[in-house]
Design a protein around this ligand. Structure first.
Ligand code: SAH
Length: 354
């Protein structure tokens, strides 16, 4: 695979254009074109410069292979092909206040959570910063968005992959996606979800990127957590809570816990009370979601009424919480389901598009 031009920051792009012996305004033209989601071959620049760029860089690092639209709520699900043929997926959820895009950070995942489809085939490779950014650029373009009037207003790093298992590329992506003059999505409109990699959570608190830090908790004791999340054998819940407190101290940002309700596992009233005890007085919010059932896994979703009872029990204890609607369930909304359903099918025998 060639390099990815969209990995570069604005400053690095300027230096590249200068090293090619081109005038400075060409860098501006290239940057704006790329941020509008154009391929290199579509840029309005001299043919010789286009050729010099496509010789070294991928013309279209990420392209939309298929789009599925939910009949229930208008959620769109995208299957993307990367330049090396690997497949990733993303979702665009439509809310009153704007559109939130969920992006992937790795091809597959190696965290091994028992409820998640993304990790079924392990981790294939990390995405580069530009490959993460291009998911947004091409969806913004497809939806008719521009740099001034973005169709993608919010971003969540909750697609396939563990963002902090691909730390350097993810931080580079965050700097580039928030940069003034580009697509410029503010850190406050970005949520990063981690299964709780404590050293990286602490490192990230020093980066000066005040986004919404979200941690997948899903249990209230380390033993229970380890039943569905292997990472619980490495980092304790107490260490995660300390890292969250540190993030709040450094950034002033409230943090969020995700708690997926799984029948017979973590969804009873006693779990709600234990969760409230764990989080009492902390500057946090809890996002509850009923498990999105994955056919390769035996875990079952908690019932709707169980979920509502869980929410009420948390609220009665003074914990700020919301029960999320599962969006786009008719189009395989859960993490990794779409890619998983393609892998092994006739057209994509090894999970790649060729
Ligand atoms: N690796 C990161 C981000 C990706 S998953 C993380 O672990 O946080 C985004 C969220 O979806 C996580 O909270 C994850 O635990 C949850 N999730 C994964 N599979 C799910 C499923 N089948 N049903 C409901 N939530 C799921």
């Amino acid at each position: 695979m060639k390099s990815i031009l969209q990995d570069l920051s604005r400053g690095e792009l300027n230096a590249l254009v200068e090293s090619l012996g081109e005038k400075k305004f060409r860098a501006e033209q290239i940057y704006l074109g790329l941020m509008q989601g154009k391929k290199i071959s579509e840029l309005n620049i001299p043919a010789s410069l286009r050729a010099a760029l496509t010789e070294r860089f991928e013309d279209e690092p990420v392209r939309i292979l298929e789009t599925f639209v939910s009949q229930e709520d208008g959620t769109e699900k995208f299957l993307f092909a990367l330049a090396d043929g690997n497949l990733i997926e993303g979702v665009l959820m439509k809310y009153k206040y704007g559109n939130t895009q969920c992006v992937s950070t790795q091809v597959g995942c190696r965290m091994g959570c028992k409820f998640c489809a993304s990790t079924l085939g392990g981790r294939v490779r990390d995405l580069t910063a530009g490959e993460i950014l291009c998911q947004i650029l091409c969806v913004n373009r497809k939806e008719g968005g521009t740099l001034k009037e973005r169709a993608v207003t919010n971003v969540v790093l909750m697609g396939s992959g563990e963002p902090f298992d691909n730390y350097e590329n993810v931080v580079r992506f965050l700097r580039n996606v928030t940069a003034e003059g580009g697509i410029a999505i503010g850190a406050r409109n970005i949520s990063l979800s981690t299964c709780g990699l404590v050293p990286e959570m602490r490192k990230f608190a020093e980066e000066g990127i005040p986004l919404n830090l979200t941690v997948s908790l899903h249990a209230t004791t380390d033993e229970e957590r380890a039943r569905t999340m292997p990472i619980a054998n490495k980092y304790k819940i107490s260490e995660i809570l300390e890292a969250c407190a540190n993030y709040f101290e450094k950034t002033g940002r409230r943090y969020i816990f995700e708690y997926t309700l799984i029948s017979g596992e973590n969804a009873d009233e006693k779990h709600a009370l234990a969760l409230a005890k764990l989080l009492k007085g902390k500057p946090c919010h809890v996002n509850l979601i009923r498990l999105n059932e994955v056919k390769e896994r035996s875990l079952r979703a908690a019932e709707e009424k169980t979920a509502r009872r869980f929410l009420e029990a948390l609220e009665a204890q003074g914990i700020s919480a919301t029960l999320r609607r599962s969006m786009g369930s008719d189009i395989g909304g859960a993490c990794g389901q779409l890619r998983a359903s393609y892998i092994g099918s006739q057209n994509f025998p090894d999970g790649k598009f060729s």
